[in-house]
Design a protein around this ligand. Structure first.
Ligand code: FPP
Length: 229
């Protein structure tokens, strides 16, 4: 593939874990576990494909307050059990991680796992897996505006991006949503202004490497004009 046509940053809204489990008469939490396993596989595949940043939507600000407590606890359970070891595996292969979102609202031990892992991330990784956890695009924008107000800074397009959680990360070129819905659900709201969007009915645990390649091929076939004629 033409390297110019390869997205540098891909965002993934990993929807459909619950339905995947339901179809198999399994509890929803097993759907999330399968989703997590697929997410790990996909990040390795994205890296091999030449993608530099993969941002995965693990939990939105809305999920945290609107999902049943046992489901949210299930997601924390996955973080408690797997996060540290998986992060170390990524570091051993030259990759890094970054966390975006308001993690201060999460249980203390989960915050520690996430911040310890992020602090151990290598300085110049060849690939970065970005976890959006208790992330909301609107909240991110509002807190950036408040930070500028507190500093007495006038907001401009140039300085605003640096006030967001994604300060050092380029905007996403492509956002994929699995699970059949065609909306962004508060994901990378500011950063997605020029992103190409790809929606598929495939449920996230079934979103194979080949499905990812199909999304990349669809992206490569598009004409990104950024407002040009
Ligand atoms: C939405 O699908 C998915 C989520 C709310 C969670 C996504 C998280 C993972 C895939 C992995 C977790 C990773 C870590 C690091 C813990 P849904 O379950 O709402 O699907 P449904 O629409 O079919 O019910």
């Amino acid at each position: 593939m033409d390297i110019d046509k390869l997205p540098l940053h891909v965002g993934v809204i990993m929807d459909g874990n619950g339905r995947w489990a339901k179809k198999r008469l399994l509890p929803r939490k097993l759907g999330h576990k399968s989703g997590m396993e697929r997410m790990i596989g996909l990040s390795e595949h994205a890296k091999k494909s030449g993608v530099k940043y993969l941002t995965v939507y693990v939990m939105s600000t809305e999920n945290l307050v609107r999902r049943p407590e046992d489901e949210i606890e299930g997601l924390f359970g996955l973080i408690r059990k797997y996060f540290t070891a998986q992060a170390e595996k990524l570091y051993a292969r030259g990759s890094g991680i970054k966390i975006i979102g308001d993690i201060s609202a999460l249980p203390e031990d989960v915050v520690k796992i996430l911040t310890d892992a992020e602090n151990a991330s290598p300085a110049n990784p060849v690939f970065t897996l970005v976890f959006a956890i208790n992330y909301g695009g609107r909240r991110e924008i509002i807190s950036a505006v408040n930070r500028a107000v507190e500093r007495g800074e006038k907001v401009t397009e140039e300085n605003f991006a640096r006030l967001l959680y994604t300060a050092e990360i380029p905007d996403p070129d492509l956002i994929i949503r699995t699970g059949g819905e065609s909306r962004l659900s508060n994901f990378l709201t500011y950063q997605s202004a020029y992103a190409e969007l790809y929606f598929t009915d495939v449920l996230f645990p079934d979103f194979s490497d080949a499905e990812f390649d199909r999304a990349i091929a669809a992206y490569a076939a598009r004409d990104r004009r950024f407002g040009r004629a």
